[in-house]
Design a protein around this ligand. Sequence first.
Ligand code: NAD
Ligand code: AKB
Length: 322
Amino acid sequence: MVQEKILVIGACGQIGTELTLALRQRYGGETVVAADLKRESDLLKGTGPFLPLDVMDKTTLQVQVKRHGIKSIYLLAAMLSATGEQQPQLAWRVNMESLLNTLEAAREESVQKVFWPSSIAVFGPDAPKKDCPQNAWSTPATVYGISKLSGEQWCHYYFKRYGVDVRSIRYPGLISYKTLPGGGTTDYAIEIFHAAIRGESYSCFLRDDKRLPMMYMDDAVRGTIELMEAPASRITVRTAYNIAGISFTPADVAAEIKRLVPGFSIEYKPDYRQAIAETWPESIQDQTARKDWGWHPEYDLAKMTGEMIRHITPELAMSTKH
Ligand code: NAD
Ligand code: AKB
């Protein structure tokens, strides 16, 4: 069977890098066109085609989708919660225009499938903090969360009105070692590992007891591909699926790191990101994703911590020091 062409927009980011590599491994390097505003990252070089692309340029996006005969798009370009709060107007524009340009390109160029990630940030202070359900009341308190909630509705609209097969997941905070995070409230849970490997004390911008939903990147990438490969008849949610991984506090992850890096120490200096985190759930329910397309996480806190410590070399940790 000839594999149809895939476009990953935002391919040099935290998720984009790992998702592009996983898609290339599964479907073949030439099948997956990586695109980003940034120059091609070293990890992607030599693994498949790269396209410099600004997704805000609707005409160029459409031309490239047509030229490459793209049949699936993964849109990962966005401004995350913390940087979004620094520039709310820009975050709204980037997050909404990138999605609307992609949905329009999909509609006009007969793209068969679109993946666009939402976030646990759609839930605001009025949603249940524990085991937040799929359909909990959403009153997001950040521009990022507002853009994700609106984006979910646009995905639903394009599916209902135009039949575009758009699929989405509300990712928790994602933990990975290959690429640094891009400006979120959950970034502490990656920075902490780099500091530990450098032999430094970590100054955490959240409180010690701020529990949040998190997930190891391997689970997120596998879940994304499983969702995209599921038969359309199994997909009952056309806004975005809750998926749960691990729920932990900074103190929990610090204790787990200390077991493997005995001298590690941490101090807590909450900043504006604590206020963002306060509005998010501590854990989420994911029964609908489990029932519809078989979602299940494979990493708990101990397994994730072991993988992070194993893969972050002292050289890598030194290169990420700022
Ligand atoms: P990131 O910031 O690491 O990567 C985004 C990439 O998009 C970057 O490489 C950036 O250069 C690129 N980009 C930005 N503007 C662009 C433009 N105009 N045209 C083309 N490329 C552009 O973000 P990420 O963490 O990989 O997140 C990807 C998606 O997943 C986002 O929608 C984010 O909201 C969502 N998400 C991420 C997390 C997480 O923990 N990382 C959690 C929930 C949801
Ligand atoms: C962020 O902190 O902004 C992201 C997210 C949970 O969406 N990691």
